[in-house]
Structures are given as C-alpha cells and as structure tokens.
Design a protein around this ligand. Structure first.
Ligand code: SPV
Ligand code: MG
Length: 430
C-alpha cells in the first residue's frame, strides 16, 4: 500500500473535505495530519470543536487509517517522519497565505520522490461559510464557556475587546483584517462595568446592578459566538458571588474578574483622587474560594484583580496578594495600574516570574498603551483587554453629529460622522 498524507485543520466537515479524502484513499493508505488549535489559530479563528472532537470525526471517515497531530502549519516534521508517497491538498493553497507552505511541501517531497496531488478546490462551500451558518443557528453555552481556556492554550496572547451592548459586541465579533499572513480578529469580549454603566449614563460604582448587567450580557449572547469575560466589580458579598458564578456558568460566560476592593467601588482610573478601600487578604481569599467551590463546570475561570498599585499600597502588597489569591484558587490574576510609563507593571511582571506557581495574567493597558501585544506577551501576560475603546470611540462622533445638526439646522453636514444606513443594516443579523 502507498502512503498518503492529508493535512487538515477543519472542525466543520463538509463535502469539500470528503472530496479530498476520496481522492486520497484511491491512492493508498490515508494518514490525516490534523492541525492543532494553535496551528489553526495562526491563520483562522480557533475551531469550535476541540482537537479531540475533530480527531474523532476524522478517524471515523471511510478510508482514513490514522489521524496524527500536525503541531504547526508547516508540514516538515510529519512529512519527514512519514515520507509519504503522496500528499493530497485542494488547489486553494496555490495562492494566498498558504502558498509558501505548499512550496516547502513540494521541495520536501522531492527528497524521497513523493508526489503532490491537488484535486480541484470544491467551490460553493467553505468553513467560513459554515461558521456563518453556525452562528445563525447559534453556539451553545458549553462551547462558548470553554473557549477561553482553549484560546489560552492555543494563542500567544488572547486579545479581548470591550462590548457594552449588542451592536458593540457585533463589532467585536465581526471585525477582521488580513495582516502578515493571518486573519486578525478579537478573540473574546470584555463586558466592562465602566462602559456598561457609561452607556446607561450612570456612574461606575456598582450602581448598575447585577440584574441590569445580566441583561447586557443577554443582549450580547443573543448576537455573538465569542467568549465573554465579565467585569464582576467587587463580586458583591461573598454569598451573592457564589450564586453569580453559577448564573454566569449557565449562561456560557467563560470568566469573571473580581477586584479586591470594598465599600463604594470607584473606577480604578481615578486612582487615589477618590477613596479606594482594599479588602483584607483573608476576606478576598474567602470570596475567591467560595466562588470556586460554588462552580459547577470545569472550565469557568475566576480571575482575581489586584488594586494595590491603583490604591498606591505598593509593589510588595501587590505581590503578597497575588500569591495569596492564587493559593485561594484564582484561575488567573489581573494586575491593574494607571501609570502611563508602565514601569510598575513591568516590575510586577518581572517579580511574578519568580513565583513557583503561576496562573495566566491579564493586562488592561488603558494607561500604558504604548506597549504592543508582542511586548505584553514578552513581559508574561496571557490576556490583553482593550477595556473601554469602542465606547470612547463612539462618543466624539455622536457629539460632533449633535453639534453639526444644531449648527446647520439639518443633518446633511453630519453625514460624514455617521455610518450609512445601508452599512448599519448589513451588520445586523437578519
Ligand atoms: C472596566 O472596564 O470597567 C474596568 C477597567 O474595570 S478600568 O476602567 O480600567 O478600571
Ligand atoms: Mg470595571
């Protein structure tokens, strides 16, 4: 039997994939190299189905002898080990971002006289189209909830954008650019207390209560599929926090971040201009621990947010608390700072590297926004949250539009600040 290799990343199997497998099995014994989440995430959105689920589907296709892990987009490791007589791939990779991968495969196959077979790409169907259809059907709370942990495993840094209502969440869901051979998108959404409150014209003091926050989450869940991290403020009283955790899990929210403050919560970006009272270490540890015990799913994450630097309690306090919160069961920590130069954040991260037991660390670079995602990753962060930008971007345009209409007593001149009606209609789901 000849050896045939097929590289695939797919999670939503369609007849285009079956066409490839059919050609391959005519040629010999088929090994599928299934791309890891990490490899797929380099050029596309992380698959809906986990690696093991995708593997199971492919293993049960007629003519597939074995499914092995292809860790990278590059075929070299698997091809060199297997030395197949044939590699089968659709013609779609002759152009576009996969072109250089194809060229390398051609070169490799020459080493042992292997051959590349390229069946015509099946038009009219694509995984992207299927994803769109899936979105119309809807994702499930289980798939959405577990996605954040999968992203943490497969992405260098998880990129999160704030959303405060359905339309802003749709922008986070849909905005996508092609840059440097990758499809670049936001991975998840941050339901910020600042922007949720501001959108309602109310202060960010936990005045917008849980019922209202859950309403916002519901609006976002209705129209999107990406995972959600909730800004849980202080988490409220410990007993209420335990109930909140269960509610969030049931909805399909992936994580809640709670901050170690007590009393009337004020936005961190005020710093010490207002009273910022921190919880005791014991009190906050108990809240984390109670939340973890209340949790019913494996994947839900409780992330502890450190306000020591905001309240100017110093670096040692931040590090002591970080250690204690991790010991209490926090699945991640968020270190917040409002200093523009970023030096205290970087110092914290340097010291954090010495911790024996580490968890993913979240950065909210609203003040120190000169750092790129690559630099934050380099410093040790796993998640970056752009915490308020869509709301802040919308305000200037709204204000200019209102002023322009007052000035001109008509709306013609304000058109330049507005999205066209047509565009609005196309972004909304049917
Ligand atoms: C939020 O977005 O509500 C936050 C982050 O908590 S910050 O506004 O920087 O405190
Ligand atoms: Mg907040």
């Amino acid at each position: 039997m000849k050896k045939v290799y097929v590289g695939m990343g797919t999670d939503l199997i369609h007849h285009g994939h079956i066409n490839i497998i059919e050609v391959a099995r005519e040629l010999g014994e088929v090994t599928v190299g299934l791309l890891s989440d990490k490899a797929v995430s380099k050029y596309s959105r992380t698959p809906f189905l986990s690696y093991d689920e995708r593997k199971k589907i492919l293993e049960n296709l007629k003519g597939v002898k074995e499914v092995i892990l292809q860790e990278d987009l590059d075929y070299e490791k698997n091809l060199s080990a297997l030395k197949p007589d044939y590699v089968v791939h659709g013609t779609d990779w002759k152009t576009g971002p996969q072109k250089h991968i194809r060229e390398k495969v051609v070169k490799l196959l020459k080493e042992w006289g292997g051959e590349l077979v390229e069946p015509e790409y099946t038009s009219g169907i694509s995984s992207t189209g299927l994803r769109k259809a899936l979105k119309e059907v809807g994702t499930t709370p289980d798939i959405r909830r577990r996605m954040l942990r999968r992203l943490l495993e497969s992405k260098d840094i998880v990129r999160v954008m704030e959303a405060h209502n359905g339309i802003s969440a749709l922008i986070v869901e849909e905005t996508s650019i092609n840059a440097e051979n990758e499809v670049r998108e936001f991975d998840a959404m941050w339901v910020s207390s600042l922007t949720d409150s501001t959108a309602k014209g109310k202060p960010d003091t936990e005045y917008v209560d849980r019922t209202s926050r859950f309403q916002t989450i519901g609006d976002i869940l209705d129209v999107t599929t990406k995972p959600i991290i909730l800004d849980g403020d202080t988490g409220g009283v410990t007993e209420h926090f335990a109930m909140q955790v269960k509610n969030l899990e049931r909805l399909g929210v992936s994580a809640v971040i709670i901050e170690d403050k007590v009393g009337l919560k004020r936005n961190s970006l005020f710093g010490t201009e207002v009273k910022q009272e921190l919880d005791t270490i014991e009190g906050f540890c108990e809240k984390i621990n109670t939340g973890k015990k209340a949790q019913v799913t494996e994947e839900f994450m409780i992330i502890a947010r450190l306000e020591s630097l905001i309240a100017e309690h110093g670096m040692e306090d931040a590090l002591t608390r970080a250690k204690a919160y991790i010991e209490a069961g926090a699945d991640g920590i968020m270190i917040h700072s409002r200093h523009k130069d970023g030096s205290e954040i970087m110092e914290f991260m340097k010291r954090y590297q010495e911790f024996e037991y580490k968890v993913p660390v979240v950065s909210v670079p609203s003040s120190y926004n000169q750092f790129t995602e690559d630099e934050l990753k380099e410093a040790g962060f796993s998640i970056v949250i752009y915490a308020n930008h869509l709301l802040r971007a919308a305000f200037p345009a709204m204000k200019k539009t209102a002023e322009s209409i007052l000035e001109n007593k008509r709306s013609l001149e304000a058109d330049k600040y507005c999205m066209s009606i047509k565009e609005i209609l196309t972004i909304l789901p049917n």
